[in-house]
Design a protein around this ligand. Structure first.
Ligand code: DOR
Ligand code: ZN
Length: 355
């Protein structure tokens, strides 16, 4: 690796995305190339309708992803199961031993898009968590409580107290990833919870705070869950991501919705950032004087936590003189998905390095 914090041209391992929504059908076909062009692997979220709950569902979904992959793209989808109160530990064992199932995702019921089948009582899934500890299959958590009396901006902190801490204590060897952490509380929890607890951080949560969504008119394309919090939390995420700490790594949470489903009276949660994430991250890490930590965040820490080797392929990042012009829309079935607008011009580009 030839990087340092002042460089404007350096080479890193090809990145991976440890939290991605690819959807299905026409949407899958439209968005997948935006990930597979740049990322070696991605953890594929299982919140389809109906959700991916059994190993057989994940196998079929994986086949649909592979069928949608453009010719010549080298990409490996890492499949997950949607944890429900009906999940059978024997099915998890089958999928894990077969090498297909890389993690299970815990959605508290009602927390976000397509989470109706989520878990209502965490005790009900303890036998599955026991089996996952034994098999060393990570638990990925959507860290928000959904009780009506909890303010939406406090959902993550309350989840840590009521759900995450008890799981952490009860299953000490279980690998846990706090997905899309959005608060200083989450960052501090992960830092204090040993080396079997990690967190993914999205591109957009490093860039926006809640003012971006609400000041000067409501901006539906910045609405996602967990919702972006106040500025001190964004700064805590930036510090964690750019620190090089092995417990923090990239999960874009790129979550496409049709423009018409975002720009309406009850808009969906989700930001589509798969196509410009690497450019945005280089900008963020440069701003924080941490370009030398970018490879750890997007290419090294994730595979290490999952017990996988880093990608062999490399990309070269370099800074242009002029702002990058890029597609701000992806067409899908007569509608379109709006690409994340970081609110600043992007100068960083990258290209594959031929071996
Ligand atoms: O903003 C979000 N969108 N957060 C999630 O947890 C789910 C995702 C989606 O599937 O649209
Ligand atoms: Zn997600």
């Amino acid at each position: 690796m030839s990087s340092n914090s002042r460089s404007t041209d350096f080479i890193v391992r090809r990145p991976d995305d440890w939290h991605l929504h690819l959807r299905d059908g026409a949407m899958l076909k439209a968005v997948l190339p935006h990930t597979s062009a740049h990322f070696g692997r991605a953890i594929i979220m299982p919140n389809l309708v109906p959700p991916v709950v059994k190993t057989a569902d994940a196998e079929a979904y994986r086949a649909r992803i592979m069928a949608a992959l453009p010719e010549g793209h080298d990409f490996e989808p890492l499949m997950t199961l949607y944890l429900t109160e009906g999940t059978d530990p024997a099915d998890v064992e089958l999928g894990a031993k077969y090498g297909l199932i890389k993690a299970l995702k815990l959605y508290p019921a009602g927390a976000t898009t397509n989470s109706d089948s989520g878990v209502r009582s965490i005790e009900a899934v303890y036998p599955v968590l026991e089996k996952m500890s034994e098999l060393d299959v990570p638990l990925l958590v959507h860290g928000e409580v959904t009780d009506a009396d909890i303010d939406i901006f406090d959902r993550e902190a309350v989840f840590i107290d009521r759900v995450l801490s008890p799981i952490r204590e009860r299953f000490p060897s279980l690998r846990i990833v706090m997905e899309h952490v959005t608060t200083e509380d989450g960052v501090n929890f992960v830092k204090g919870a040993g080396d079997r607890t990690a967190a993914t951080i999205t591109t957009h949560h490093l860039i926006i705070n809640r003012n971006t969504i609400l000041v000067g008119g409501i901006k539906p394309h910045y609405f996602c869950l967990p919702v972006a919090k106040r500025e001190k939390h964004r700064l805590a995420l930036r510090a964690a991501a750019t620190s090089g700490d092995a417990r923090f790594f990239l999960g874009t949470d790129s979550a496409p919705h049709m423009k018409s489903a975002k720009e309406c009276a009850c808009g969906c949660a989700g930001v589509f950032n798969a196509s410009n994430t690497v450019n945005c991250l280089a900008h963020v890490f440069e701003q924080d004087g941490a370009l030398d930590k970018l490879e750890a965040f997007m290419s090294l820490n994730g595979p290490a936590f999952y017990g996988l080797a880093a990608n062999e392929a490399r990309i070269r990042l370099f800074k242009g003189d002029d702002p990058l012009s890029y597609e701000t829309r992806v067409s899908v079935d007569g509608d379109e998905v709006v690409v994340f607008d970081p609110g600043f011009p992007l100068f960083w580009r990258y290209e594959a390095v031929n071996a």
